[in-house]
Design a protein around this ligand. Sequence first.
Ligand code: CMP
Length: 136
Amino acid sequence: MAKERTLSIIKPDATRRKLTDKINARFTARGLKIVAQKPMQLSRTQAEGFYDVHKERPFFGSLVAFMISGPVVVQVLEGDNAVALNREIMGATDPSKAAPGTIRKDFAESIEANSVHGSDSTETAKREIAFFFPEL
Ligand code: CMP
């Protein structure tokens, strides 16, 4: 299996409930290494830029408002098949549809306040990692 990197964000609903360590333990228990990590307060411009692909979606304004409502932790996870593995660990976007034992099933508050973001492909991962970690 190919060693990959993926971009992860621990979202404001999770930092507010101090879930960062618990969420990180889910990643490392499944073999993902946290190779870079920084706490941030996103600006509106950063949140709009990061989620630019969703700008025509009806939830865009609300998503941006949520993402700037409190601190986030942005991180790069590395491991075999990291993009798909992280998506498995996170579970479905909508927590009501997420599998048991996933981060979103166990921690997410709603489809919007869903605790974590993870890149959806290796292409997206490259762009998203460069967005927050241009030095990597
Ligand atoms: P994320 O994986 O970060 O990608 C886009 C985000 O938009 C998603 O997680 C949710 O936080 C948010 N969102 C809000 N409503 C929806 C929706 N109806 N469908 C998909 N994503 C949504």
